[in-house]
Design a protein around this ligand. Structure first.
Ligand SMILES: Cc1cc2nc3c(=O)[nH]c(=O)nc-3n(C[C@H](O)[C@H](O)[C@H](O)COP(=O)(O)OP(=O)(O)OC[C@H]3O[C@@H](n4cnc5c(N)ncnc54)[C@H](O)[C@@H]3O)c2cc1C
Length: 395
């Protein structure tokens, strides 16, 4: 194995939202960066594709609220750089029975964080949001700052920006082995080439489990196993005059069932994308896709009862991977034995909105600097005591 001429300051494996955002931050520091992606930007096998992702601030943990606010400013900067919008503000409605604890929790959190919100009873809700049907004795918490990010456009634009800024960004290049050393890392790709870098960021989404094994986390007493699920999402078209695109209606998270349903107004055509959070089948990331008919029927049923002006027949059914950590919090940390290797994983179905901030945090971890937010929730050491982990409860 002869290394390629020249060594990179940093190699990033994986070009989804996390890897490409990190590449942009590192290139902004004037570093020589190599990005290796097995497929192409915004491909459909992983987690960062599709027309939309929600930006929202309705989190129980303060760090995510801070990260969302910081990311929001970065998305505005990206829009300025590109000269076109990358998100559309929509607001969000969290729906639940009026006496549900989740509404109390959200209200308290939004108040504590100084974020504007309204609690709406059924009659005022119906006047405000004709697209949605709220059952009797239910209420909604509306938070106006939420938005819809144009996900695949964002990923492709970040790839363009990274290349413009000098990143050596390679598609259809699969990493097959990693060899971390004291002050360098060697990476071999499926085309038989070997690449050398001073530091490495692993951002391989649903394919990360094998690298955690190869990097010996288990042997270090860290049970950071990741569970990959293939989540189903379906697109429902507008069936009448009531408008349903982003800008005309809010994002929705519906807590009437133990597994919350959600819907996101579409960006390019009238209609919504809908799914049921964390109900996908457990898979290996390379398993063939297969539609879970029962899950699809449950989503159609949700649309039928909550969105009366949509056709319950989807125009498209798609899939996307969640890579779940045991507590649904992110893993953003240095490898305990190789401090030039940083691991980014476990985005558990809520990572996209934070892309630019994840890039900043990972760059800080890579250079042992203070990150822009408190990252104690995201450390590997929590997997020393997996029994003590407290899973997130909100979507
Ligand atoms: C249905 C659904 C809805 C969601 N909704 C939201 C939302 O509204 N808001 C939100 O914030 N988040 C949301 N998310 C979560 C968000 O999309 C993910 O957290 C995020 O996209 C994860 O990005 P990633 O870069 O970690 O993974 P990926 O995008 O999968 O990127 C990993 C990349 O690594 C590459 N790779 C893997 N192995 C190798 C290798 N050996 N060599 C080279 N490359 C490799 C893969 O090809 C892939 O491109 C949603 C996710 C899903 C599935």
């Amino acid at each position: 194995m002869r290394p390629q001429a020249g060594r990179y300051d940093a190699i990033i494996v994986g070009g989804g939202i996390v890897g490409i955002s990190t590449a942009c931050v590192l290139a902004g520091r004037g570093l020589r960066v190599l990005l290796l992606e097995r497929f192409t930007p915004a491909h459909e096998h992983g987690s960062s594709h599709g027309d939309s992702r929600m930006i929202r601030f309705d989190y129980e943990e303060t760090v995510y609220v801070e990260m969302a606010a910081r990311a929001f400013r970065a998305w505005e900067d990206l829009a300025k750089r590109l000269g076109k919008p990358v998100f559309r503000q929509t607001g969000i409605c969290n729906l639940a029975p009026a006496d549900a604890e989740v509404l109390e929790t959200l209200e308290t959190r939004l108040r504590d964080c100084g974020l504007p919100f309204e609690r709406l009873a059924e009659s005022s809700f119906a006047r405000r949001f004709p697209q949605l049907n709220l059952p009797q004795l239910s209420e909604a918490i509306y938070q106006p700052d939420s938005a819809v990010l144009f996900a695949d456009e964002v990923v492709r634009s970040l790839w363009d920006c990274a290349r413009e800024d000098g990143v050596d960004a390679r598609t259809e290049t699969e990493v097959v082995s990693l060899l971390p050393g004291a002050d360098s890392v060697e990476v071999r790709t499926s085309d038989g080439r070997t690449w050398s870098g001073t530091r490495l960021v692993l951002a391989t989404g649903g394919w990360t489990g094998r690298w955690f094994d190869a990097l010996g986390l288990d042997a270090l007493g860290l049970d950071a196993s990741l569970v990959v699920t293939r989540e189903l999402l379906a697109y429902f078209p507008q069936a009448g005059p009531v408008p349903h695109e982003a800008g005309a209606m809010p994002n929705v998270i519906d807590y009437h069932t133990p597994d919350p349903f959600y819907c996101v107004p579409q960006v390019r055509v009238p209609g919504v994308k809908a799914g049921c959070h964390r109900t996908g089948r457990i898979v290996e990331a390379d398993d063939p896709e297969e539609v879970d008919r029962a899950n699809l029927a449950a989503v159609q049923d949700f649309i039928g009862r909550r969105c009366p002006h949509l056709s319950p027949d989807p125009v498209a059914v798609k899939h996307c991977l969640y890579t779940n950590s045991a507590d649904y919090h992110f893993i953003l940390d240095r490898h305990p034995e190789h401090d030039n290797v940083v691991l980014a994983a476990g985005f558990s179905g809520h990572g996209f909105k934070f892309g630019p901030v994840l890039g900043e945090i990972l760059a800080a971890r890579l250079f042992d600097e203070r990150p822009p937010v408190d990252t104690s929730l995201f450390g590997l050491e929590r997997f020393n005591r997996p029994g003590a982990l407290k899973p997130r409860t909100l979507a």
